[in-house]
Design a protein around this ligand. Structure first.
Ligand code: G4P
Length: 534
């Protein structure tokens, strides 16, 4: 007989949809997130979520710097219900310079929505983020936004997705009318045209729509003869020349279903969300390493509680001056006060106050299941990548680490602030915001590496804001780096490169240019150069 407790756990886990929205800045990620909250009933009027241009302040933007700038710097997580599923949405920043935090956050997602601006197509950040999804085999749904504005030809956009991302695409719906004439979408699965009646108040409230088949005589009055002819022509073209939809291919990351919509005006939003909750996978089994080097599969239902730390964040809330570790639960159920094994420290710990996040506020949880993200108070015991579980005996795969591209020396302006400075740097390095690098051959040997320029701005801002330390920053001339594996005595070092060690004593070479790096790779065929440590 089935164990009723397991059956109920299985039901809870299969109702989870844990995902991230990835995009280039301004493509509409925040607007889409907001609409998900609107359609789930969490908010009743759209337009209250973010701090941009004088709107009320942000839910997922935690730090005051983010609020001042109106961008989301740290990745955050929110949980709420939409129809009969529980949504865990991981917020990944999409601005120009972004940190490893973003990449690590993506490892906690079971699926991603890629938002593309219809006028701009695939942009730089989208491509970068998509590469991580591809590497982690995360299924991606493509949301082509701003269809209410003049944009590129939908067939062109489909083609660009395939060429730039090297993935098959399938138009799940097709736009009816473009730009100002965008009035609906044709759902290719149900063979129905969904015609929108413009939503009230510029998209701040739900849109209403009517469903018609193309044979329905009323459709002519709704969209007009020329749109109907164009739609029929487009559909026959994509039916004949396009890919067919295959869920397995989508789940394995080889095919992306494409949706056309306008997040701002709510056109196409509800049908997208409804399809999304059906297509997006619930938490699935994950591989972990055993001490003897073999791998095991951790089943979300059958394996008792297990999780890993994908993010550490200090001083998130001015009311609580502490550090939080964010855990992605991979299996089983977590209960308040549960005693679990911390694998790296090899000791038992009690997790007494697990939190979930909504609107930057902590909500204390009494239980959570696989797929959920919980924040726990971190008295410096959790590092990024740590595995915790009820049974012990395995570790989830290490999280990726990216080679820094920008380097600087940072010092406190006031030497009397050294202690606070060291504390701040240590915490921020533990969060993965920057990497501490040690140059063995020089006095004043410590400096810092980051994946993007903004990370240094954030570092200085946070040192001042949270640790009350003003700093001087001197950028160093190095432009790229690489970890190296091999005998250091036989390594042929170019004139201007230097060799440093990271916090874990791994050797890294810093180069003045990518040309110099290419040359070093050529000159040292017996050494391995590593850009991303997975
Ligand atoms: P992001 O989080 O990806 O950076 O983008 P965000 O949602 O903030 O959207 C960027 C801009 O694009 C915003 O305008 C937003 O209103 C607009 N936008 C988003 N979706 C659509 C859409 O479907 N159609 C149209 N026409 N515009 C859209 P903004 O002027 O920069 O800011 P705001 O004053 O509207 O906040």
């Amino acid at each position: 007989m089935d164990n009723p407790l397991k059956t109920s756990l299985s039901k809870q886990i299969s109702s989870r949809r844990t995902f991230a929205i990835i995009s280039h800045p301004d493509a509409g990620k925040t607007t889409l997130t907001e609409k998900l909250l609107l359609y789930s009933g969490q908010i009743h009027t759209a337009g209250v979520i973010r701090g941009r241009k004088g709107r009320k302040f942000a839910t997922s933007d935690w730090m005051s710097m983010e609020q001042e700038r109106g961008i989301s710097i740290t990745a955050s997580a929110m949980q709420f219900s939409y129809k009969d599923v529980i949504i865990n949405i991981l917020d990944t920043p999409g601005h120009e310079d972004f940190s490893e935090d973003t990449f690590r956050t993506l490892t906690a997602a079971d699926c991603a929505i890629m938002v593309i601006d219809a006028a701009k197509g695939i942009e730089k950040q989208t491509l970068k983020l998509f590469e991580v999804c591809r590497f982690k085999k995360i299924p991606v749904l493509t949301f082509i936004n701003k269809m209410d504005m003049p944009g590129r030809d939908p067939l062109d956009l489909m083609d660009e997705v395939e060429v730039a991302l090297k993935i098959k695409s399938y138009a799940y719906n097709w736009p009816i009318g473009l730009g100002k004439g965008f009035c609906g979408v044709y759902d290719r699965l149900t063979n129905q045209a969904l015609i929108f009646e413009s939503s009230a108040k510029g998209g701040s409230q739900l849109a209403t729509m009517s469903k018609r088949t193309l044979e329905d005589p009323k459709i002519l009055n709704l969209i007009g003869q020329s749109e109907l002819d164009q739609l029929k022509e487009d559909l026959s073209l994509i039916d004949a020349a396009g890919n067919s939809f295959n869920k397995e291919e989508f789940l394995s990351g080889n095919l992306t279903p494409v949706f056309f919509a306008s997040a701002l005006s709510n056109l196409g939003i509800e049908p997208f969300f409804d399809t999304f909750i059906n297509l997006a996978p619930p938490p699935s089994a994950r591989f972990a390493d055993m001490p003897d080097g073999t791998e095991i599969l951790i089943d979300p239902v059958k394996t008792p509680f297990s999780a890993y730390v994908f993010k550490v964040q200090s001083n998130m809330n001015r009311k609580h001056h502490d550090s939080l570790a964010f855990l992605r639960i991979c299996s089983g159920e977590f209960e308040k006060d549960m005693v679990i094994k911390h694998h790296r420290l090899n000791r038992n710990i009690r997790l007494s106050r697990p939190h979930s996040m909504f609107a930057g506020e902590r909500v204390t949880l009494s239980s959570a299941v696989a797929g959920d993200i919980v924040g726990v108070i971190n008295p410096s015991i959790f590092f990024i990548g740590d595995t915790v579980s009820l049974t012990g005996g395995f570790n989830f795969k290490p999280l990726p680490q990216f080679q820094p591209e920008i380097f600087a020396r940072v010092t406190p302006k006031n030497v009397g602030k050294r202690k606070a400075f060291d504390k701040g740097i240590k915490q921020l390095a533990e969060e993965g915001a920057i990497q501490i690098l040690y140059n063995q051959n020089q006095f004043d040997s410590t400096f810092y590496g980051a994946v993007g320029r903004l990370q240094f701005e954030v570092l200085q801002y946070r040192l001042q804001d949270e640790y009350k330390v003003e700093t001087n920053l001197e950028l160093l001339p190095y432009q790229c780096s690489s970890w190296i594996i091999g005998d250091i005595d036989t390594y042929k070092k170019s004139f201007s490169s230097i060799i440093v060690k990271d916090r874990w004593e791994n050797l890294m070479v810093l180069f003045n240019s990518s040309w110099e790096k290419k040359y070093a790779i050529q000159e040292n065929p017996n050494h391995q150069f590593i850009d991303v440590k997975y």
